[in-house]
Structure formats: C-alpha cells, structure tokens
Design a protein around this ligand. Structure first.
Ligand SMILES: [Cu+2]
Length: 350
C-alpha cells in the first residue's frame, strides 16, 4: 500500500488525480480481504460505486471486518495505518453506501471506508500523521480535523485553505498530533455530507498518560439524514456496551449534529465529566445528564455500582422514543458483577 505514496512530497499537500483504479490493490491485501469476507460469511461488497448506489432498492452492504478495522465494542472500528518514512499513514475512502441504521431501515449514507462513523483515528501525541483521502462520492468533498492545532493549509476548508477535492481525486493531509484528547474529523463540504455519515472520532493519547479507564467507549451522536443515531445506529441496533461493577468506564460523547443539541442522560447513578473538547477539566464535575451541542466532545468516567441493564440516552423524548417504544439515541450498558473483590464497599444490591 505504501506505493500509493511514492513520489509524494511530504512537505506539501497536493491535489492530484487518482493514480489507479481501486481494484489495483496488492494481491496479498485483496486475498486477505476476500478470506476475511468468506470467514465472516459475507460478501465484500461495501465498495458501492456512486452510480450504482443511486439505482435500485437500497440493500445494506455487509462490511468485511478486516477492511474496516478492529471492533472497539461500541459499534466503531479502529483505523489501521502503515508506517512510512516516520509517518503514520491512514487511507480514508469516501463513498456512498447503503447503511442499515435499524432492522429494515436502510438509508443512503456517505461513509469513510464503508462504515458509519468512519474508523476511529487513534494516535499518540507527537506522532506525524498523513491521511490520503480518496473521493469516490458523486460530488466534491474535503476533510476537516476538528479541534486540531495544525498548519492552516491542512485545516480542510474548501475555498479557504484548499481547493475542493473533485470526484475521483485524492487529497493528502499531514500534520503533527499536538492537540491531545477526544476530537473528531468530518467532511467540511455541502453541509449535509456530515449528516450522511462522513465523520469519525479522532483521539490523541497524551504523552504523559491518558485518562485511566478499564473500558473506552465512544458515542458519536447524529441527527441528520440517517435519523437519530449513536455510532450510526438507531436503537435497538445500537451496539450493547459491556462493563463490570467497580470498573472505570470512559465514555467519549461527540456531537456530530449536524443540527441539534442532545441532553445525554445515564441511568444508574452519576458520571464525572473529566474533559471537554479534548481538554482535561481542572475540576471534574459529577452529573447524570450532560448536554452535548454540535461540535462538542465530552469525556465521562462512570463507575457502575450495580449489575443490570442501564440506559444511556438522549432525554429529548422525540430523539429516543416513538409510540412503538425506544428508538434512536438509546444504548444499553450491560453491567456484570465484578470478577475480583473490590477495594471499596460498593453497594451491590438491595
Ligand atoms: Cu437528542
């Protein structure tokens, strides 16, 4: 895959034509993807061409796990990268996809690498990173790195800091990861591209140590053409979250909008808000509901004290319920007993 970048001047970003068709993947990679798809019993057909995606009935495309990255247990996947000349190089392909937000509810989405949200980008503070963005949408695009301290010409604003990336073209961004904490990336084009699914979590691990946690989940909140979705899914399709009594569970809330605010409420006690927009709070605040606006991120730490099924949901009922029951912005924590004795006398029942 590194041959994609041969000849790229690492000191600049450049708009350049797509060099070769998508099918010219190295044989080994192609074989691996095919093998993974067969193993999972699915067909590796997430690469929907823009023209075919707009014709015929929408049918959700199974995503080959190996292509989408490691499952992080919350409905998101960890982006894969390759090390090239001291850079962590990520490939993000924007393309239409038929996306099932809930059983039987298949919608026309735009996705990076076939998944909504796009793969989770997680790097270390100080890493030099490069992103090769391939535009296989039927329209222009760009990619903005929300919350990042980076050179102006890498900011991803079309018409201001770069030209629009035309269909069929790729564009390379690169910068050094300075801004630590929970951030996100998203399309900065045509307004509705973000709502259709072109966003992902962007997490920079501090050099001097991260927020300590037993579990690390993220919930990206969407309210656009895909409906009310946590990580691209509407309840009951949202990924069930697991935890144990006594664990420190990190929950990264990210408001992707593109239109609304959402008071996110957790059943089963309170959480601590330990960071906002990637910045550690000097005085973490204990709450049971935090309102997440478009563009904001919050890091919560929750220590479950009782086993059971505990909801986390938007408290605006039209975002989380219908007359037929719960829907939209709802996820369930399945809290199991602790595996070892706890150092604190936590209430376990009654
Ligand atoms: Cu809401």
């Amino acid at each position: 895959m590194s041959t994609e970048l041969t000849g790229t001047d690492p000191s600049t970003s450049e708009l350049r034509p797509r060099r070769r068709p998508r099918r010219a993947l190295p044989l080994v990679l192609t074989s691996l993807l095919a093998a993974a798809a067969v193993t999972a019993g699915v067909v590796a057909s997430n690469a929907v061409a823009p023209d075919t995606a707009r014709t015929g009935p929408l049918v959700a495309d199974p995503v080959p796990p190996a292509a989408a990255g490691e499952d992080l247990g919350d409905g998101t996947r960890l982006a894969q990268y390759e090390a090239v000349d001291g850079y962590k190089v990520f490939h993000l392909r924007a393309a239409p996809v038929a996306w099932e937000v809930a059983p039987g509810d298949v919608r026309q989405a735009y996705a990076y690498n076939g998944v909504v949200p796009g793969p989770v980008i997680r790097v270390n503070e100080g890493d030099k990173v490069r992103f090769v963005v391939q535009n296989d949408l039927p329209e222009t695009t760009s990619l903005h790195w929300h919350g990042m301290d980076l050179p102006n010409d890498q900011d991803g604003v079309p018409g201001l800091t770069q030209p629009e990336v035309e269909p069929g073209q790729s564009y390379t961004y690169q910068w050094t990861a300075i801004s630590t904490g929970t951030h996100w990336y998203h399309s900065h084009m045509h307004g509705d591209q973000e709502g259709k699914g072109l966003y992902g979590s962007l997490e920079v691990v501090p050099r001097l140590g991260d927020i300590s946690a037993s579990r690390d989940y993220r919930l990206m909140i969407g309210d656009g053409p895909l409906g009310f979705v946590f990580n691209g899914k509407s309840f009951p399709a949202t990924a069930p979250l697991r935890a144990r009594v006594g664990e420190r569970v990190r929950i990264r809330l990210i408001g992707t909008g593109p239109e609304m605010i959402h008071p996110i409420h957790l059943h089963g006690g309170y959480f601590e808000v330990v960071a906002q927009d990637g910045r550690r709070l000097p005085f973490p605040q204990q709450m049971d509901t935090v309102t997440v606006s478009v563009g904001q991120t919050y890091d919560l730490i929750w220590t479950p004290t009782r086993v059971g099924k505990w909801m986390i949901h938007c408290h605006i009922f039209s975002h989380a319920e219908t007359h037929h029951g719960m829907a939209g912005l709802v996820s369930i924590f399945n809290v199991d007993p602790p595996t070892v004795g706890l150092p604190l006398p936590l209430p376990l029942g009654g």
